[in-house]
Design a protein around this ligand. Structure first.
Ligand code: PBG
Length: 335
């Protein structure tokens, strides 16, 4: 039998040579996500007796103060020492809030784990307001008041820094909050507290499971605003994401963020080139649940799927990945 005609007699176009074995594939990788760049989010909820599961979110819980400490300890053993904390207090308000529950959780974590734990805390009002919006509503219920919300958010940020947070992470999307938070932190002696701004946070449908976990979906009759479109960025406006990130950077954010991840890889890629600060990307609750639910149906290998997504994030320019699957990262990456 004749040898089949070769399309490549000189062997010059043979890209498959570098794909043929695990060894050469490992050697030629351009990006390698690492568990060292991951942040594990946690929810801690006041007034519950036992931890509660969240729809679609495998192994993620609404924790009690005690179960949170146990979980963080377990995660530290798995090599995950960086967290993002969301606290859900019992009391809700409209324009006056107590941040004591959240601050107490931060203090307890720091007391227990000291410097082995790097703690960032979400700064936002959506788990504190009766209506679930991220800021303070006006009397007629049709507008979130910017400046009033910003001064409250700054109080919250200072309370978290005082409790020992290494980093505050404002996710509310009010105008000018980074500048005011930076100023307030400095005045109160917290010059070293980092600010990670959710600077390119889009108005997304992928936050569904989170809103169940944080009891933060816009609700009730008080507010005429049924969604967060008047403060989060429209998915079709990448320029808005650029302006928002540039402004937050100028106002003193140390770390910028794109959120969600997969739908906004183009934004991450472009902005991380244009603005020379560390970029974080948030693989949000709906993105996590999509993989986990498919895996439950036998339609996807969860380890492989998460690794593929993280690889895309690093390729697009992220140095920090916030993901609910962080606690498996080290194990998965050494398999
Ligand atoms: C609150 C906040 C949200 C997330 C982080 N902080 C949800 C929202 O804006 O409604 C989403 C995180 C996730 O879905 O995992 N402002």
């Amino acid at each position: 039998m004749d040898k089949p005609l070769s399309l490549d007699p000189s062997g010059k176009i043979g890209l498959r040579r570098l794909r043929q074995s695990r060894a050469i594939r490992e050697l030629t990788r351009e990006v390698r996500p690492s568990h060292a760049q991951m942040i594990q989010p946690h929810f801690v909820v006041e007034g519950i007796r036992e931890r509660e599961s969240i729809s679609g979110m495998r192994d993620v819980y609404r924790e009690t103060t005690e179960t949170l400490l146990n979980q963080v300890e377990k995660d530290l053993k798995a090599g995950i020492g960086k967290i993002l904390l969301f606290s859900v207090p019992v009391d809700r308000g409209t324009n006056r809030f107590s941040f004591d529950f959240s601050a107490n959780q931060i203090a307890a974590l720091k007391r227990n784990f000291g410097d082995s734990l790097w703690l960032s805390a979400d700064v936002c009002l959506c788990s504190h307001t009766t209506h679930g919006h991220c800021g303070i509503l006006n009397e007629s219920g049709d507008h979130i008041q910017n400046d009033l919300s910003v001064s409250t958010l700054a109080e919250q940020a200072v309370a978290f820094a005082e409790a020992g947070a290494d980093c505050v992470a404002p996710s509310d999307m009010m105008d000018g909050r980074i500048g005011v938070i930076r100023e307030m932190l400095s005045r109160r002696g917290h010059e070293r507290t980092l600010i990670m701004s959710y600077s390119a946070k889009f108005c997304s449908k992928f936050y569904g499971p989170f809103r169940e976990a944080a009891e933060s979906a816009p609700k009730g009759t008080e507010s005429k605003l049924k969604d967060r479109a008047s403060y989060q960025i429209d998915p079709s406006r990448p320029k808005d994401a650029y302006l928002s990130s540039l402004r937050d950077s100028d106002e003193g954010a140390d770390i910028l963020m794109v959120k969600p991840g997969l739908c906004y890889l183009d934004v991450l890629k472009e902005l991380s080139v244009r603005i020379a600060k560390p970029w974080a990307v948030y693989q949000v609750s709906g993105e996590y649940a999509a993989i986990e639910l498919m895996a439950d149906q036998g339609l996807m290998d969860r380890r492989g799927a998460h690794l593929e997504v993280w690889t895309a994030f690093v390729r697009a320019g992220a140095s920090i990945i916030i993901t609910y699957a962080a606690r498996w990262a080290r194990e998965w990456m050494t398999e």
